[in-house]
Design a protein around this ligand. Structure first.
Ligand code: NAD
Length: 349
């Protein structure tokens, strides 16, 4: 299938197919929209079954980055790169340097960062060939701690701010005594749990691995439940912080929480579920708005910034969500639909 007829093609500005015979590199770089600035987005390495599957992913993900950057008020567009191959088998320093040269050849139209299958070391190899690689060093931390380049602390802080704002909007209260179920206690989920515990929330947690659950039980007084139960609990808020698409028809049917606010990407199995949530009176914090802390962090590490400026930017996530919620109520629309239209107002000429 050609790019222009592809189902995920959405007026993408630039799609580059990259092949390096010597290293076996096969990659695709997509710039969706650069109206607000150079397109920023991770480089993912994945054993795609076909080049069409890789094209599908890069077109969809680069578009998502445009919306995320616009809603985070970044001077940045949306882009993404995918390398076709198993990162544990096919990756080599020469291949990564070749990828760096392809990124460089776009002259800054696309800025690459970390994604699945890639590490900071891999980006450092790409950076040997290109100045357009982000996330290889870090100077700022929103709480003044040492910055190590991992954006998860910023993502978790942004989700915490967004969740607190969502609770205030829905219940008119703070987090004291609020029952919150966190699905997935990984890099973001655990840090979110720490913030919520400090604010007096009552935590329920689930993960498929036991280590972080034990820690949450002893250090955060959290109640551990099974992954099957976590979305059905009689709580005020659920925070999906594991995989995407966990909010499907069945989960919504069993949901007792009145707020969904978490870090996972692509939480809704399909976009139209936003309307079902609205009909049921469940407030949904659009995922790419509430989880933008990571990209905000990466952005600040590239510019001359400060810990305070990074923190203030992360805290704007609360204000942005409030605007979405108000507009959704005024227009009787789903919050994800409202978020999309606000983003489009920002980046569409
Ligand atoms: P992570 O891999 O560190 O954590 C995910 C956790 O979810 C793991 O502990 C995993 O065991 C658990 N998990 C997987 N399946 C589960 C299930 N069915 N039930 C319960 N737990 C399950 O990932 P992360 O960096 O914490 O990111 C979490 C989510 O947030 C992902 O969807 C990611 O794409 C998204 N996100 C992360 C960042 C970031 O800065 N890390 C930024 C934006 C979005």
């Amino acid at each position: 299938m050609s790019v222009f007829d592809h189902i995920e093609f959405d007026e993408h500005e630039h799609v580059a197919f990259c092949h390096d015979k010597e290293t076996g590199l096969k990659a695709i770089i997509a710039v969706h929209n650069s109206y607000l600035g150079p397109a920023l987005g991770g480089c993912r390495m994945w054993p795609y079954a076909s080049s069409d599957e890789a094209l599908n992913d890069v077109l969809r993900l680069s578009k998502g980055m445009t919306y995320k950057a616009a809603m985070a008020n970044l001077h940045q567009g949306g882009g993404k790169a995918v390398i076709i191959g198993d990162p544990r088998v096919h990756k080599s320093p020469e291949m990564l340097r070749a990828m760096g040269r392809f990124v460089e050849s776009l002259n800054g139209k696309y800025i690459s960062a970390e994604d699945s299958g890639m590490s900071v070391c891999d980006l450092q190899l790409m950076a040997q060939e290109s100045t357009y690689i982000a996330g290889t060093k870090a100077s700022y931390h929103f709480a003044g701690e040492e910055a190590d380049g991992n954006p998860s602390p910023s993502t978790a802080y942004g989700v915490f701010i967004g969740l607190r704002e969502s609770v205030k909007y829905k219940f008119g209260t703070d987090l004291q005594g609020k029952k919150i179920a966190i699905q997935g206690l990984g890099h973001v989920g655990y840090r979110l749990a720490e913030h919520l515990h400090r604010e007096g929330a009552e935590l329920y947690v689930a993960d498929i691995y036991p280590e972080s659950l034990e820690r949450a039980k002893t250090q955060l007084n959290a109640t551990v439940v099974s992954p099957h139960e976590i979305l059905q609990l009689d709580v005020d808020v659920v925070a999906p912080c594991a995989m995407g698409a966990t909010i499907n028809h069945q989960a919504i049917g069993q949901l007792k929480a009145q707020v969904i606010a978490g870090a996972a990407n692509n939480q809704l199995a399909t976009e139209n579920l936003g309307e079902l949530l609205r009909d049921k009176g469940i407030l949904y914090a659009p995922d790419y708005v509430i989880n933008a802390g990571g990209i905000i962090d990466i952005y600040h590490q590239q510019i001359s910034s400060s810990n305070e400026a990074l923190k203030a930017h992360l805290e704007k996530i609360g204000q942005t969500l409030n605007e979405i919620y108000m507009r959704a109520d005024e227009q009787n629309l789903a919050t994800n639909i409202v978020a999309n239209s606000i983003a489009e107002e920002k980046f569409k000429k």
